[in-house]
Design a protein around this ligand. Structure first.
Ligand SMILES: C[S@@+](CC[C@H](N)C(=O)[O-])C[C@H]1O[C@@H](n2cnc3c(N)ncnc32)[C@H](O)[C@@H]1O
Length: 231
């Protein structure tokens, strides 16, 4: 076999192994986006989650958007057993690691959703969410990528639609330009900024749960910024 065919065969084996692991995760994975071309078409037919059926209780539901390796979601679900959490991540090869860790933690109040945040409204009922966590979302500094930033107005509109009245967005980032941009967007969208903290470590908030990226940035000596925003 020539080397390019060998590489392709290896990639396909890896992919089918990932598909199998995703398929075997239905105990924790609520939905899997799969592939499609048009977001508007895809989200048109709603498949709203029935939280009571999923969690067996009527506790508040919170979202961790862009959960990455899942460390934050697992810790917060462990700390607040009286709340339910759905951790959302677009990359299946990333979320599968988070799911495997969560399975070991045996948490009844944490589930996963493998989709792009652009598609949340297919699954999440309007005004059904208490808190949205945006932890170290990609800052995407290039102007031409502004639409992809998770605090761009098109995402804030989604958050406003799915959050309950008075619901919160809690954002953390190490990137001061992205933080400044986000604060500006919150104000333009008439959201109430309850906290604007430019140095979270100095605040010594003992309730702060550190994410994988947060720990890395603190070790690099970077300042962590946090905004708490009410809709
Ligand atoms: C920099 S990582 C942060 C991971 C984690 N929250 C932390 O603090 O360690 C950002 C994550 O957001 C995910 N992400 C970015 N844009 C997304 C989108 N539109 N929909 C879903 N996930 C997204 C990325 O795949 C990545 O895993």
């Amino acid at each position: 076999m020539d080397i390019s065919k060998y590489n392709l065969a290896m990639r396909m084996r890896k992919k089918s192994n990932l598909d199998q692991r995703i398929f075997n995760s239905s105990d924790l994975l609520l939905a899997y986006e799969g592939s499609f071309t048009n977001v508007n078409e895809y989200i048109k037919d709603k498949e709203y989650f029935d939280y009571f059926r999923i969690f067996n209780n009527a506790n508040p539901v919170c979202l961790d958007l862009g959960c990455g390796l899942g460390g934050f979601a697992i810790q917060i679900a462990n700390k607040f057993k009286d709340k339910n959490f759905i951790a959302v991540e677009m990359f299946s090869n990333v979320i599968i690691g988070a799911i495997d860790k969560a399975r070991q933690a045996k948490l009844e109040n944490l589930k996963f959703l493998n989709c792009r945040i652009e598609c949340l409204e297919k699954f999440i009922k309007p005004h059904s969410i208490d808190t949205i966590y945006l932890n170290f979302s990609n800052p995407l500094p290039n102007k031409c990528d502004a639409r992809q930033r998770l605090t761009n107005p098109r995402f804030l509109k989604i958050y406003k639609d799915i959050l309950k009245e008075g619901g919160l967005i809690i954002q953390k980032t190490d990137d001061k330009d992205f933080f400044a941009y986000s604060l500006e967007q919150y104000k333009l969208e008439n959201l109430t900024v309850l906290e604007e903290c430019w140095d979270l470590e100095a605040l010594n908030d003992l309730n702060n749960i550190k994410t994988e990226h947060e720990i890395k940035y603190i070790l690099e000596g970077k300042k962590i910024h946090r905004a708490i925003v009410r809709v």
